[in-house]
Design a protein around this ligand. Sequence first.
Ligand code: OKP
Ligand code: ZN
Length: 343
Amino acid sequence: MRIIYSPRHAGHAGNVELNSGEIVPAFELPRRAEIIRARVIEVGLGPVEPPETFDLATAHRVHDAGYLGFLPRAYAMWQAEGRSGTAMPFVFPTPGLRRDRPPADIDGLLGFYAFDAGATFVAGTWDAVRASHDVALTGASLIAGGERAAFALCRPPGHHAGGGFAGGYCFINNAAVAAEYLRGRGIARVSVLDVDYHHGNGTQEIFYARGDVQVVNLHADPLREYPYFLGHADERGAGAGEGATLNLPLPWGTGIGAYRAALDTALAAIADFGPGALVVSLGVDTYKGDPISRFALDTPDYPGIGAAIAGLGLPTLFVMEGGYAVEAIGENAVGVLEGFEAA
Ligand code: OKP
Ligand code: ZN
């Protein structure tokens, strides 16, 4: 399959994050994408191509204008205060506080456009986010043009970013932009299958009231896991989207047996929906060695996941999301793609 990659991800580097009460180097780091790219080449998965440049018209259909206007300006506003290092929010307009008055300074705006402290900015962040968006759209355009499958090697990831907020290492929701693009290219129904360990709250929120884009998530139960405040089984969609959201939360310690049973349920729901294309939010933080996650999948399990997805017989765009066991991320992520190709 064709692989889309941009070296511009590498400018989003050196960030820190809050973890268990300490400031530590961010788990989401440039080496992740480089190791996946190296593995793609090592196994000969297919040609690695640069993205085309897309305007933000499709992104504007899934994100608010105020939010998209803020992202490119955030780090310059931070620097204008005489600061360097990592720009990180610390105060958020939770229910009970006002959302109708966007703040005028950087600390207020960072929180106004975020749901956690986990999507942080450095000097190269916007350029990396913009390139990641182009990578996803280039992959989507290949699918719309008739390719059976493509791999958008996106970094930073996107599935926690909602219509008006960043969070969880995510800024532009690459999978949502890709799904919306496929709709715009005349594919009447599109499904998003999110196999990242964490619930894709942003993707779910963006499409929750829509009947044309189905969103199916397999993830750690939000009762015990980030992002905590979305991803329960009773979320089924609203209005025209009633029934087009499916959540399959799984307990800590889930291994391939229970995982495959849930995946089969997810795939059956997608087949029922009858989409013309599939976008897979591909996270491999389900791996037993992941430093921030608690599932128990092993490296030999990943090709079977790809093969099962291939069984749908749909034009499929894989969009890279999470996975933080850096030494294993290449084998695990590319393992899914090899399994897909071999099926
Ligand atoms: C992004 B993706 C560790 C606590 C969890 C947020 C995790 C975001 C995961 N500091 N931080 O879904 O892989
Ligand atoms: Zn994740």
